[in-house]
Every structure is written in C-alpha cells, then in structure tokens.
Design a protein around this ligand. Structure first.
Ligand code: SAH
Length: 394
C-alpha cells in the first residue's frame, strides 16, 4: 500500500510531542520548530516529531495560538469519507444515549475527534459552529456529509462566537442548506420550541438536558426561583414536578418571550417572569424580604479567558451569596458554572465562601457535568466546562 504524500508539514520542537501522545489534540505555536511547504491557515499538514518521525496530520493555522489541531494518526485522506466516518461514529454514540430522540449534540468538537466544530441536531434541523480555520474552510464539505447522512430540512451556521476571532475568522450566521422554521423538541417529557437561527448559541442549551430534572426531589409544593432561566429550562421542570410557584428571571427579552411560549406549550401553571438583571433581582428580592425553597443559578460564562478568572470568581461569589440570602432554611441551591477557565474545585470553593459570607451552612448533595452527548477528553481539560452542584442550605 502506498502511503499518502503530503508536501506541507510542521516539525515540533524536541519533546513537544508528549502532550499529543497522551491524547491532547492541540499544538501551540511555541511548540513548533519549523513549518515547511508554506502551509496556510486551514491547510492540512503532516505533524512530525523533532526526529522527523510522523505523528499524524492536523489543521494548521499560523495566526492562532493553537497553531495545529490533530486530526488522525492514520494514513487516511481528510475528505468526504473521513468526515462521514467521524460523523457516523459520533451519531452511533448519540443513538445509544438518546435512542428515541431526534435532538442531541451530534458533534462536540475535539471530544468527537473533529477539532473546532460543534453540530447540534434539533429534529430535522442541524446547527453548526466552526471554531478552527480548518473546519471553517470545510464548511461546504461538512454540509455535503450532513445532507448525505441526515437529509435534513435545513442547516444553519451560528458562527457569531467572538472566539472565532482567535482564528481570524469573521462572525456570520445564516442558512447554509434548505430552509428553517422553529421546531418543537421534546426533552425528558417537556416540549421546547427551538428557533435555530435566533435562540442563543446553536438555538438552545442542550448541555443541561438531564441536569434540569435534578430539581425533581425538591420541587413539590416549593417556591422556586430560576435565575438565568433562558427559555425556561430549570423553572419549567420545577413546575412540572409540582412546585407551588416558579419565578423565572433572565435579562434577555427574547429568552423571556420564548420562555412564555414554552410554558404555554406544556400547559404549566404558576410561573411568573421577570426580564431583569439577575444580580439586581436578587438584591431587590432581599430588600423585599422574599424567600424561596429552591434557587437555580445558571449564569453565562463569567471568565472568557484566563485573565478574567479572578473577576469571574468574584461574580460567582456575589451571585451565590445573593441567592443564599434568599433561601429558606433547609432550602436547595442548584448552582452552575460554564466557564472553561474555572475548575470545579475553584467553583465549589467560591460557593462555599459565599455560604460563609451569607452566614449559611452548605452541604453538597450532588455534582454533575454536561449531558453525555457533550463528552470530555480527560487528557484535554479544555473540553470540560460545565459544573453544576446541588447544595442543601441551613
Ligand atoms: N438555565 C438555562 C440556560 C442559561 S444560559 C437553561 O436551562 O436553558 C444563561 C442565560 O443568562 C442566558 O439566557 C442569558 O440571556 C442570561 N443572562 C446573561 N446575563 C444575565 C444577567 N446579568 N441577568 C440575568 N440573565 C442574564
């Protein structure tokens, strides 16, 4: 068998292959000794050790701190069949996880061995985000594969993430194939109307899929506050599981409007809405001496990069202390962080310190991560981001 000849390659500095051999998939720009064949952003390059032994192939981007992203150690073309194999393999896992559902995260970037692309499936629609120049350049090819595997009614790109600028990619959003209309997805017995073009991120937050049902044991007859509710997620499950009344808070008017639609769709009762800043809501609720049995906090990422970790920790302390001050004794705090740069330990310590500040005693009942269709690579901590903790509060 003849092996594939590639004219462009990068040679790593001595010993810089170690992380890659341990299962990490990124090569940083300062780990590269030389780039040969004038590879451009998005090109496929052979990745060679310092002694010229071949490690595999990957995407190259000279403009990014992540200068190369590993694709394969095998002697294979990076073509339609390659992407089809990887997408089918990602699909096989989701079919096991959610055999009766047409909605799931189909591809979770590096942790599905497709570096720099996220694909969510909402019934007959697919929503894509590309974060690497290599994947962005192959968006048409990816769509061709997706059409051949799924025959979707529509494919959209939601490439509005500011993270794309790290690879010098512009922000874009729009329909790539077919047409799109809102679609109703069903997750754990509740329905949500998803707008793949206008909803946040790829349309909806699928990562909290199972976590939303963690409210179940605490919901019956409870007074519940769902801060950062987006389109209704946790609050709707609280109502579904028998809460006496649920207050949903989000600063996005669009999210609150969608929340109302979802509540009606499921004929849920006793839910009220506030389009407000959660920090302000918590402090005015405190002034009004309001009390809740269960509070959910699921804020957006507070730490966009390593430099903002300290400010983010302050934010977590503030918001958790604000919630703790409103909880009845024996109440439940369900609190989450989706900041990549904040470890679970740092997050739990921040919540614990909020407890000290609010003069409340906290017992950790349970922790959880993202839904299993958002797998993580243990060798690659960057693929883990969502931390959720359930505390009993005295
Ligand atoms: N809990 C939701 C997901 C939350 S995503 C679910 O189960 O689907 C984070 C949400 O926080 C977004 O909807 C965003 O609009 C909202 N948000 C961001 N900043 C906010 C603020 N300062 N106050 C209230 N909501 C905010």
């Amino acid at each position: 068998m003849t092996s594939i000849v590639r004219k462009k390659n990068i040679i790593l500095k001595k010993h810089e292959e170690r992380r890659l051999l341990n299962g990490h998939q990124w090569i940083f720009s300062n780990e590269i000794h030389a780039a040969n064949g004038a590879p451009k952003s998005g090109d496929i390059v052979e990745i060679l050790r310092h002694d010229m032994k071949k490690l595999g192939v990957g995407f190259y981007n000279p403009h990014s701190l992540i200068a190369a992203r590993f694709l394969t150690a095998d002697d294979e073309e990076i073509d339609f069949q390659f992407f089809e194999r990887r997408i089918r393999s990602a699909l096989a896992l989701r079919e096991k996880l959610y055999p009766k559902s047409g909605t799931f995260r189909l591809v979770n970037s590096e942790s599905d061995f497709l570096p720099g692309v996220i694909i969510d499936k909402y019934n007959e629609y697919l929503s894509i985000q590309t974060f690497s120049a290599g994947m962005d350049e192959r968006l048409t090819l990816l769509c061709d594969v997706l059409v051949s595997v799924f025959s979707p009614r529509g494919i959209v790109e939601r490439n509005e993430s500011p993270l794309r600028s790290l690879e010098q990619l512009p922000q874009r959003k729009g329909i790539l194939r077919g047409s799109v209309d809102p679609t109703i997805i069903e997750l754990n017995s509740l329905k949500f109307r998803v707008d793949v073009l206008e909803g946040q991120k790829t349309g909806f937050y699928l990562d909290q899929r199972e976590n939303r049902t963690l409210v179940r044991p605490y919901a019956k007859h409870a007074t519940v506050l769902d801060c950062f509710c987006n389109e209704g997620g946790f609050g709707m499950y609280a109502s579904h599981f028998g809460a006496k009344d649920v207050t949903c808070v989000d600063s996005s008017e669009f999210a609150i409007e969608k929340c109302k639609v979802n509540v009606m769709l499921n004929e849920l009762q006793n839910i009220s809405y506030h389009c407000a800043d959660a920090f302000q809501f918590l402090s005015s609720a405190h002034q009004q001496e309001k009390r809740y049995d269960v509070i959910i906090l699921d804020p957006p990422s507070f730490a966009k990069n390593k430099k903002t970790v300290a400010t983010a920790v302050k934010g977590y302390k503030e918001v958790n202390a604000g919630a703790l001050a409103l909880l009845n004794s024996g109440g439940i705090l369900i609190t989450a962080s989706c900041s990549h740069h904040i470890s679970e330990e740092t997050f739990l310590n921040a919540v614990q310190e909020s407890g000290v500040k609010a003069k409340r005693k906290l017992r950790l009942l349970q922790t959880a991560g993202a839904a299993p269709d958002h797998p993580t690579l243990v060798a690659m901590p960057e693929t883990k981001y969502l931390k959720l903790a359930v505390f009993s509060v005295e």
